[in-house]
Design a protein around this ligand. Structure first.
Ligand SMILES: C[S@@+](CC[C@H](N)C(=O)[O-])C[C@H]1O[C@@H](n2cnc3c(N)ncnc32)[C@H](O)[C@@H]1O
Length: 285
């Protein structure tokens, strides 16, 4: 079977299994398998796959057909240009979260470099903390999560991206993780907490419902439990003129504004994602 035939056959199979963008997904898996950039496949359409390559591709396509996310199969994803290993203990970092990280490092760049600090609450794979530390070299960053397994992977990702010595990883429930923190006052508090209403998790795509950790999704009855805790608890850990930036779910903007304003925050901006849906709230005291 040639590369082109393998792509066509596999894409048809994935399409029938309800996988979105089946041709792209097939090409990404084949490129991963053949260890070549996806575009190079196009120069190799007539190449005949070896039997071991065909068998290996069949296994990868079968897994994707069972709706295992591409990033779990390849074991990694890119976030703001940084390689993040992912596994079943962490949410696969999403493109919209890159906007939160970018807003964060742009703000950090305006703060006094000799003392600049950031907190990433609910760090998961560590993606936000790592991007902040990498883009803002003077920053001291604290990253917390309730999941010890997630923190193990986040540390590994920080090592892989050369920023581990500037990130303090702490386990704990919300702000309680900061009890032993070396840094307890931050210029920026960033968070992408769990925000799916519990009853809606069952209706999510299988890639999310069956493979992202429940802990990373479940935002309580109305999806907003964590934001109430953030709005009530964050001020104690924010420096004067510091900012909080949080990602939230589609349709939650008004509720988020109310939650933060009722805890005396001044909402500075609500930013949109690539699909023009409000997804990031920026607030200060
Ligand atoms: C939506 S994921 C975000 C992960 C990562 N920051 C990202 O943007 O890809 C939420 C994370 O919050 C963590 N989490 C859930 N409940 C928590 C709690 N009570 N305290 C701290 N972390 C919590 C989960 O383990 C998960 O890693």
């Amino acid at each position: 079977m040639t590369v082109l035939e393998a792509i066509q056959k596999s894409a048809e199979f994935l399409g029938k299994r309800g996988v979105e963008s089946p041709r792209l997904q097939t090409e990404l898996l084949l490129a991963h398998l053949l260890k070549m950039p996806r575009m190079k496949l196009y120069l190799n359409f007539d190449r005949v796959l070896t039997v071991p390559e065909t068998d290996a591709l069949r296994d990868l396509i079968k897994r994707r057909g069972l709706r295992e996310p591409l990033q779990h199969i390849t074991g990694s994803t890119s976030f703001c240009g940084y390689e993040m290993t992912v596994n079943r203990h962490v949410l696969v970092p999403r493109p919209e979260t890159e906007l939160l990280a970018e807003a964060g490092w742009q703000f950090l760049a305006t703060r006094p470099p000799e003392s600049v600090t950031a907190l990433d609450l609910c760090t998961g794979s560590g993606c936000i903390a790592i991007a902040l530390a990498a883009k803002c070299p003077p920053a001291k960053v604290v990253a917390t999560d309730i999941s010890a397994e997630a923190l193990t992977l986040a540390r590994q990702n920080a090592n892989g991206n050369g920023v581990a010595e500037r990130i303090e990883f702490l386990a704990g429930d919300g702000f309680a993780a900061l009890a032993t923190a070396a840094t307890r006052a931050f210029d920026l508090i960033a968070s992408n907490p769990p925000y799916i209403p519990s009853a809606e998790i069952a209706d999510l795509d299988p890639e999310v419902r069956d493979f992202d950790p429940w802990l990373a999704l479940d935002g309580g009855d109305d999806g907003l439990v964590f934001y109430r805790r953030l709005a009530a608890g964050a001020a104690e850990f924010l420096k004067p003129a510091g900012k909080i930036m949080v990602e939230f779910g589609d349709g939650q903007a008004d509720a988020l504004k109310n939650i933060f304003e009722s805890e005396k925050w001044i909402v500075e901006a609500v930013r949109e994602d690539y699909s023009h849906r409000a997804r990031i709230l920026v607030a200060r005291r």
